[in-house]
Write a protein of this length. Structure first.
Length: 287
């Protein structure tokens, strides 16, 4: 089980509509504009902005969740920094590390650092595009979590050079990369008017599955080429055992469920039965 990204301070959610069904095909084809849908048909635009309760609230929630979960269940807590305009890389890394330390103290079995959010333009959401900075932050996170597994969630990457530089930068510190945290696209209403104030928003669900599988395949190749000790967690449009197999064949060691699990809370259990115990991680929506 995974929590939504938490912060070192309160952050309000973006206003509604912040979860809009869309008509989407396959975002591998490079669509940059999608049409709204009057019903959920497998994909939606997510516009939450990585909100967070205050630390005393979410820490108590993590503690309660860990007590409630069976001992053989893993609780992964997702963390993100909340940068100020004047912050340096050291400030950013320290804030990430603070959240990670609190998460571990509150009962997290592993920590997932969110280096990507397609709905936020600040430094906390673009780290995956800056390998050198990502490496610095990953090192501070490792200090904060100790021996606990450290996962890093990244955004959509198609460039092999970026995939290589990023993987090499974080490999000494992280245990795994999680991909893909949505793919950004502009959303138009029935009158062809942009919603979300004309800003792109992250698309989750069926529309990103093939693009996500392609990215897993890219990173698996990079990791092999450089003999890196990184595992891969695939996420995006997974709703059947066949989808899990496709991610595994591409190089994923585990997968996460988000959109499909919100529509069918029992899906993870059903899929584990179909897969004979394969590794699944049921999480919340991207931000």
């Amino acid at each position: 089980m995974e929590t939504r990204a938490i912060r070192s301070r309160f952050r309000a959610c973006y206003p509604t509509p912040n979860l809009q069904p869309v008509e989407a095909g396959d975002l591998r084809d490079g669509d940059t504009q999608l049409q709204t849908s009057d019903a959920m048909r497998g994909s939606w635009a997510v516009s939450f902005g990585m909100p967070s309760k205050a630390p005393d609230v979410w820490r108590a929630d993590v503690e309660c969740t860990r007590r409630t979960l069976a001992k053989n269940k893993i609780l992964s807590v997702s963390v993100v920094a909340t940068p100020e305009p004047h912050w340096t890389v050291d400030h950013l890394a320290a804030d990430f590390a603070c959240c990670a330390k609190w998460a571990v103290e509150s009962g997290a079995d592993c920590v997932e650092a969110n280096f990507s959010c397609p709905n936020v333009a600040s430094a906390d959401a673009q780290l995956y595009q800056q390998p050198n900075v990502a490496g610095v932050v990953a090192a501070r996170l490792r200090e904060a979590v100790g021996a606990k597994p450290l996962l890093i969630k990244i955004g959509h990457v198609t460039d092999e050079a970026l995939a290589s530089d990023l993987s090499k930068a974080v490999a000494p510190h992280a245990d795994a990369l999680v991909m893909v945290n949505c793919i950004a696209a502009m959303v138009l209403d029935a009158r062809q008017r942009p919603i979300f104030d004309g800003q792109k928003r992250g698309i989750a669900g069926d529309a990103i599955r093939e693009a996500s599988i392609t990215q897993v395949r890219l990173f698996a190749r990079v990791i092999r080429q450089h003999a890196l000790k990184l595992r891969l967690v695939g996420v995006g449009g997974i709703a059947t055992a066949q989808h899990v197999h496709a991610y595994q064949e591409a190089g994923s060691h585990a997968v996460q469920l988000a959109t499909a699990a919100m529509l069918n809370p029992l899906l993870g259990k059903q899929m584990r039965r179909d897969l004979g115990g394969a590794t699944l991680e049921v999480g919340s929506l991207p931000s």
